[in-house]
Design a protein around this ligand. Structure first.
Ligand code: ATP
Length: 192
């Protein structure tokens, strides 16, 4: 994961007729992690979408070096397919990487249609898909939502491993995220 980087300069975000934040800058290199914190509606998801390149900023720019892996509230898995087949669909595109299904507590759920998975199981399935993707830059929007304490610790461990391997993680969450040396960006400081 050499040369991995994500940087934003003088970023502003507008939704509807409201500017949510402005003057926001950030820069992360390989191995670094950042928590984006702030109250409901302040613009955390919007920032993640801008960083992912899914939404145009109102002002400013984003530079990315490295593939992007995104987790948000929608798992990128066909809801009608059994979980195993839905993940294999992506494996054919991403390469046959170990999705760590057993570690994620999904080993027994291969035959269950994605739409029947519980909230936490769906989040775990999205993590399996993310691991398979082998992206350098993880953009995680509320990755802890709906997870039990064991799964929260697992996500924290996965992010730590990803950063140790030279990846970048940006985690938007209003919940505490336990990761040594994680930087914190409070969106309220950039409120327009
Ligand atoms: N398409 C849209 N048009 C207009 N306003 C929008 C649109 N999408 C989101 N918003 C508004 O933008 C604001 C920021 O939303 P965003 O989802 O980025 O916040 P958030 O910090 O992630 O919130 P939460 O913690 O509740 O997930 C909210 O007030 C929301 O109502």
């Amino acid at each position: 994961m050499q040369g991995v980087r994500i940087a934003a300069t003088d970023l502003a975000c507008r939704r509807g007729d409201r500017v949510l934040f402005r003057g926001l800058a950030l820069e992360l290199a390989g191995g670094e992690a950042l928590q984006v914190a702030g109250a409901n509606g302040i613009g955390k998801s919007s920032l993640i979408r801008i960083l992912a390149g899914l939404m145009r900023p109102f002002a400013g720019s984003v530079e990315r070096a490295g593939t992007i892996g995104l987790i948000d509230e929608r798992p990128a898995l066909d809801p009608h397919m059994p979980l195993g087949r839905a993940l294999r669909f992506w494996q054919r595109l991403d390469g046959a990487v170990d999705n760590q299904l057993a570690r994620l507590g999904l080993a027994g759920l291969s035959d269950v249609p994605v739409r029947y998975l519980s909230t936490g199981q769906r989040k775990r399935a999205a993590l399996a898909r993310l691991i398979g993707q082998q992206a350098a830059v993880w953009l995680l929007d509320e990755p802890l939502n709906g997870l039990d304490a064991h799964a929260v610790a697992l996500v924290e461990a996965l992010v730590a491993e990803h950063c140790r391997a030279g990846g970048i993680a940006v985690v938007a969450s209003h919940q505490p995220f336990a990761l040594a040396a994680m930087r914190r960006l409070d969106l309220a400081e950039f409120a327009a």
